[in-house]
Design a binder for this molecule. Structure first.
Ligand SMILES: C[S@@+](CC[C@H](N)C(=O)[O-])C[C@H]1O[C@@H](n2cnc3c(N)ncnc32)[C@H](O)[C@@H]1O
Length: 229
């Protein structure tokens, strides 16, 4: 069976030269023959969609792009709309219900990346993968990034870094603590150069799971957090 890198030679997507295909192979090899739904934001000439179609034997594939495409790709659905438009994304999820893999290779503008993630993550299945490409744009001002202020709010990289705290959210236990949107929903966040892979799943606090004694303070915190909901 051909690898993604081998199949990639047939299709001139930039994924061939960025080193992303080697990374994708690690995460995709166990999904190759599964009945999964894949969404890619950013179609361009359709080469990555053709690549996914050849690699995955049973996947339903959808590509979305802000520019209307005049071509068709066999066994692939292409929809036209803006990745940051939640009304358009609602139409996409109404059609496909849920996804196992979502790839954001769209505008690469931080605010669009975050808007798509905020909407679509709910529709990613447990153990699903949310992948964001070309994160070098997080350091480029015209994409909403900064190379001088690495703490700049709302860059794609800082958004992704904040998800790493959602993995460990149980350690933020303090009175009046309120869960953030993605707390407990992130299994792992992987960073490679210019690409990040977020795996959805419940994070379990193995350290405290069996050993922690419930104290009066814990009970009090629980009551306060319930009142606070
Ligand atoms: C890098 S290309 C996609 C390449 C393709 N995934 C591949 O690997 O062959 C980026 C695409 O994102 C589309 N795009 C730009 N802004 C967008 C937006 N706001 N919503 C959806 N698509 C957008 C562009 O029209 C362009 O076709």
């Amino acid at each position: 069976m051909n690898t993604l890198v081998e199949i990639g030679k047939k299709y001139p997507t930039s994924k061939n030269v960025t080193g992303f295909l080697e990374i994708y192979e690690i995460f995709f090899k166990n999904l190759r023959d599964k009945e999964i739904n894949i969404l890619e934001i950013g179609v361009d000439n359709g080469d990555s969609l053709r690549l996914w179609r050849d690699y995955f034997s049973k996947a339903k594939i959808c590509g979305i792009d802000i520019v209307k495409k005049e071509f068709k790709i066999k066994d692939v659905e292409i929809l036209c709309g803006d990745q940051s438009d939640h009304n358009f994304l609602t139409e996409v999820v109404e059609k496909f219900k849920n996804f196992d893999v979502i790839i954001d290779d769209g505008s690469h503008v931080s605010k669009h990346i975050i808007a798509s993630f905020n909407f679509l993550f709910k529709y990613l299945n447990q153990n699903g993968l949310y992948i964001i490409e070309d994160l070098q744009t997080s350091y480029i001002p015209r994409f909403g990034g900064s190379r001088f202020n690495l703490d700049k709010k709302n860059t794609s990289m800082n958004f992704l870094k904040s998800l790493t705290d959602s993995i460990n959210y149980e350690h933020k236990d303090r009175p009046f603590f309120k869960k953030k949107k993605f707390d407990g929903m992130i299994k792992s966040v992987h960073f490679y150069q210019n690409i990040s892979i977020v795996k959805k799943g419940e994070s379990i606090n193995y350290f405290y799971k069996d050993t922690k004694k419930i104290t009066f303070f814990d009970k009090l915190k629980k009551i306060i957090s319930l009142i606070n909901k």
